[in-house]
Design a protein around this ligand. Sequence first.
Ligand code: AMP
Ligand code: ZN
Ligand code: FE
Ligand code: FE
Length: 281
Amino acid sequence: MIDLHTHTNKSDGTDSPRELVNKAISMGMKVLGITDHDTTSSWQEAVESVRGDISLALGSEISCLTDEGTSVHMLGLLFDGNNPEMQIMLEETRDGRLPRMRKMIEKMRAAGMDISMSDVEAARPAGATLGRPHLADALVNKGIIKSRDEAFQGMLNNDSAFYVSHAAPTPIEAVRMIRSAGGVAVIAHPLASLRGHILDSSNFQELADAGLHGIEVDHRDQNPEERAMLRVIAQELNLVITGASDYHGNGKLNSLGEFHTAPDQWEKLESLALERRVVRA
Ligand code: AMP
Ligand code: ZN
Ligand code: FE
Ligand code: FE
């Protein structure tokens, strides 16, 4: 089984990198992608945990905004984690998440909710990329809501009055950065309509022209019709087709390995990276 998109507690997942690698090993996973939001801080512990037959495809899920303000997530895999420009880009996005969180909290306080930055900091694991799921956890801890899922159905979703975006590269900038750091770029859940505005077909052409390598087709937030559309787009643009769980530990319903990538598609994707950066024991 090949699952190329997962999160740890270095962003908004709940398993440590070691716990995640251990779970994947006990499932007999062949290739595990670790893609925390806007960070590579999970890589070191993951590498230290690797044993047996598993291969790690280390990466990051880069938060992007189009010029029209559409939120896009770009998976970068197998890039050089020491690339300085890449690290600066990731750091700038992480930095932007703090004022963004303050603004969301201000809006909630203005609406009479008893929530503060220190509540959110208390819900965020040390060093984790700050995100709405940590705000959701703080609201749960305060008894204001019952779960992350409830938060994202309502007050924390992209169309909510409390939503604020943060500074981020455009998807094309992210693709170029991933490529210049020697990695491969796969657009994550591009038709996940629950997240608000989505891309149209001209956007895929532009991304392919910029050097996009693949499209995440099989993902729980895309229904069968959306997956069929994406498969056609991927075939027309000669892009790799991936599937993945987007596992977040207990932070989301997604279970590890619930969707996966076909071995031939993985082989093609890996061959497109500048170096063979897969990590094995
Ligand atoms: P942010 O990066 O702060 O904009 O928050 C977006 C993150 O929230 C994404 O990584 C999603 O995985 C996560 N998310 C979206 N919907 C849900 C949900 N229903 N339950 C838990 N987490 C979610
Ligand atoms: Zn997430
Ligand atoms: Fe995502
Ligand atoms: Fe994700």
